[in-house]
Design a binder for this molecule. Sequence first.
Ligand SMILES: CC(C)(COP(=O)(O)OP(=O)(O)OC[C@H]1O[C@@H](n2cnc3c(N)ncnc32)[C@H](O)[C@@H]1OP(=O)(O)O)[C@@H](O)C(=O)NCCC(=O)NCCS
Length: 108
Amino acid sequence: MFADDDRQTPALLGFSVAMVILDEWHLLNLCVYPANQRQGVGRYLLEKLMEQARAQKADRMLLEVRKSNRAAIRLYQSVGFEDIGYRKGYYPSHQGREDARVMRLFLT
Ligand SMILES: CC(C)(COP(=O)(O)OP(=O)(O)OC[C@H]1O[C@@H](n2cnc3c(N)ncnc32)[C@H](O)[C@@H]1OP(=O)(O)O)[C@@H](O)C(=O)NCCC(=O)NCCS
């Protein structure tokens, strides 16, 4: 997603990456440039992705998120994602490894 302004070079605000496995979409990354966070960009990108997935008749979307990532978890919960499990030590962290929450949203 790029800023819509008069600059010669468009500014990248954020991006999302998803992998499609038949009727399941896996959200691999959702990232908003720090200076542009808390302005609705993350929600916009996520809702666009959900819209795209629904248009392609996807049944569900899955993701992993760090247990400590309160901002992302709140965003995911606000659009209907629910916990379905966790992956122990999934992410590297300063303390060694950190668990991931596995979340799912039914799209139909
Ligand atoms: C998670 C992330 C994508 C959210 O993007 P954003 O553009 O800042 O989020 P939005 O402004 O659209 O906010 C949507 C909701 O997310 C939640 N949220 C976002 N930032 C938050 C924060 N710092 N603290 C608590 N909740 C937060 C809120 O529920 C918010 O809704 P509200 O504004 O009505 O309260 C962004 O913080 C980011 O890029 N983080 C670093 C990368 C990352 O962790 N990605 C997720 C990987 S799984």
